[in-house]
Ligand binder design. Sequence first.
Ligand SMILES: *Cc1c(COP(=O)(O)O)cnc(C)c1O
Length: 431
Amino acid sequence: MKFHSLNNPSITASFKQAVVAGIAPDKGLYFPDSIRPLTKSFFDNIEDLTDHDIAFEAIHQFVKGDIPDSVLREIIANTLDFEFPVVDIAENVGALELFHGPTMAFKDVGARFMANCLGYFSKGQKEEVTVLVATSGDTGGAVANGFLGVDGVNVVILYPSGKVSDIQERQLTTLGKNIEAMEVKGTFDDCQRMVKTAFLDCDITDRKKLTSANSINVARWLPQLFYFLFAYKQTKSKNKELIFSVPSGNFGNICAGMVAQKLGMPVKHFVASTNANDIVPKFMEKGIYQPKPSTATISNAMDVGDPSNFVRIRRLYNDDLQKLRANLSSYAFTDEATKKTMKKIHSDTGYILDPHGAVGYLGLKEYQKTHPNTYGIFLETAHPVKFLDVVEETIGYSPAIPPQIQRVMDKKKRSHAISTYAELKSYLLAH
Ligand SMILES: *Cc1c(COP(=O)(O)O)cnc(C)c1O
């Protein structure tokens, strides 16, 4: 499969080239040249397939030519060794729990898949690849865990000092080996700016092969479509029209769901649920895309003021706003509404939502007000324990710490404190 830059369709790349470069030379996002639907019998018989078989069929066309089938099966088995249950929490409402992986957020799937692909592409290569990534929280841990010990790949993670949760910080600073954490005196925007500057700095790129591990990278973005299919498989027998509500920040996750729909998965409608960072809800209402500086909220992984994957969604609908509106609704919610929902769901059902999942739940209920006879799934994108302070304060109860989190709790933090781009640059040139 060929990919092309969304800025200029004549700039093309194979899957391997797109993964290794991360972003096109003209800074456009890569997008597949075609998305060929799977057969009707695939969906008719999906309940007879294993998750690994489903994932293989779904991603095969995108990687064919660059990854042999036997290797792809291995990569999928390494990526998907945990559960993706849809848990009924109310009438016609299910939570798709994406937090049963090693770092307890959905980003484990994309990060592991990408790490395995890059590990395969780097085998036998003399030149090492450096993955440079900025995180506002969950990406760092997932990338650190996914890339740990991958030969030929070094990882440098930038995170804003004091602005990620204690558990998130431990997940990205305690692993060592080929993972280096840069603790930046500044905000997430500062981290992201440093990463972007490095990608444009010939002093660095002439000497080092750099790539990104954000959802702009196709190997992190596309595998996120797997669990939409797993959710469909689990809920198909309900015989109801299916709605997905996705708590969204950079819009990579929901965009992958839309690719699953293009593959033929029956979905009635998508809901993009956001916090106060309401660029997309505003766009859906007014047709004007107006990025703005991000606002800090309790669902911090969605504090994005210029969602990078939204261009891919526009492309999926050929930039036709009417067509997009027919398939996507988008709503924004305040922290107050989010907390109120966390409290209410806990007291009514005993289920503990994390702040991101709560935003997803709210968006789903908003849509179901006018579409009651549907089955709605909201994505529970992280385990509530990752946001312990907010959860404790809101519901007055603290969830038990699961073993994969406990494991990092008493490890020693190792990070490299920096405050300027020059410091990052000299680090990269020296290592
Ligand atoms: C990253 C993240 C999101 C946002 O996902 P996007 O693909 O950027 O829209 C939502 N919830 C959690 C917990 C996250 O870590």
